[in-house]
Design a protein around this ligand. Structure first.
Ligand code: OAD
Length: 239
């Protein structure tokens, strides 16, 4: 596998597959989250308005799981943190994941395009607050001092992901684009490989198996993220 020389700006898109070996379920694989829940019930404003209790409970359970002692970054998260530390140019992680495993592995330059589990948002002021415990209909909003104004700080279907103009700029400037552990089913993230290609970037896909977007990439690192991402990082750092 040849990684081009003179790479200066790397953009890495991550999805649920990078956290799978840390014990966090993906969405669309066998046994994934969307087998047990209807996406629109727990990941849309309509679902939240219809049954807020269900939505609060869904994210409370995921927030609690994320903080269990057995959940920790795996070798793939750690390798990306090492890349950011040692690479001479810029490394940016654009993640669709709402967990904090990139941060816990030591990465700093991270954009959470679909929000974060450990944050809640006031629907009136749009202010964002940290939360580690349960969020429910009786949680008092830190800014309004009343109940009922808070929601998980997650981007739901039909909502605009975070940081799109910054991501657009990063894709224009990147010369290496790497997609890790994402099915390519959800836009706009699924379109990033095309944007990176238009900027002339070399494109790599890492996944357990080919995806519907695989043919868009210049090369593949097929296998589990915990094995393939460290291998890829090693190649980038010592081409
Ligand atoms: P998906 O569940 O759609 O896809 C997970 C991908 O990870 C699949 O392509 C798997 O083959 C791959 N995978 C699984 N285990 C892996 C491993 N150990 N190593 C490498 N790859 C592995 O998850 P996403 O693509 O992240 O959005 O889903 C995108 C968005 O859809 C999510 O952010 C979420 C969801 O609905 C919102 O909730 C807004």
């Amino acid at each position: 596998m040849i990684i081009p020389n003179n790479i200066k700006n790397i953009v890495i898109l991550t999805g649920a597959g990078i956290s799978a070996e840390s014990g966090i379920k993906t969405f669309r694989d066998h046994g994934g989250l969307w087998e047990n829940y209807d996406i629109m019930d727990v990941a849309s404003v309509e679902g939240f308005n219809k049954d807020p209790k269900l939505v609060y409970e869904f994210y409370n359970a995921r927030r609690a799981q994320l903080q269990k002692p057995e959940i920790s970054p795996n070798a793939a998260h750690l390798a990306l943190a090492e890349l950011e530390k040692k690479f001479k140019g810029r490394v940016t992680i654009v993640t669709q994941n709402v967990d904090n495993l990139h941060e816990r592995a030591g990465s700093h330059n991270i954009l959470h395009m679909h929000g974060e589990l450990l944050k809640m948002r006031c629907t009136k002021s749009l202010k964002v607050f940290a939360i580690t415990g349960e969020l429910n209909q009786s949680t008092v909003c830190p800014c309004c001092k009343v109940v009922g104004n808070l929601r998980p700080n997650i981007v739901w279907f039909g909502e605009v992901p975070n940081g799109l103009s910054e991501i657009d700029q990063l894709l224009r400037e990147c010369d290496l684009f790497i997609s890790i552990g994402t099915s390519g089913e959800v836009y706009p993230a699924a379109s990033f490989v095309m944007a990176a290609k238009q900027s002339g970037a070399h494109t790599l896909e890492q996944n357990l198996s080919p995806t519907k977007l695989s043919r868009e990439f210049d090369s593949q690192f097929t296998g589990s993220a915990s094995i393939e991402v460290p291998r890829l990082v090693k190649l980038i750092l010592s081409p």
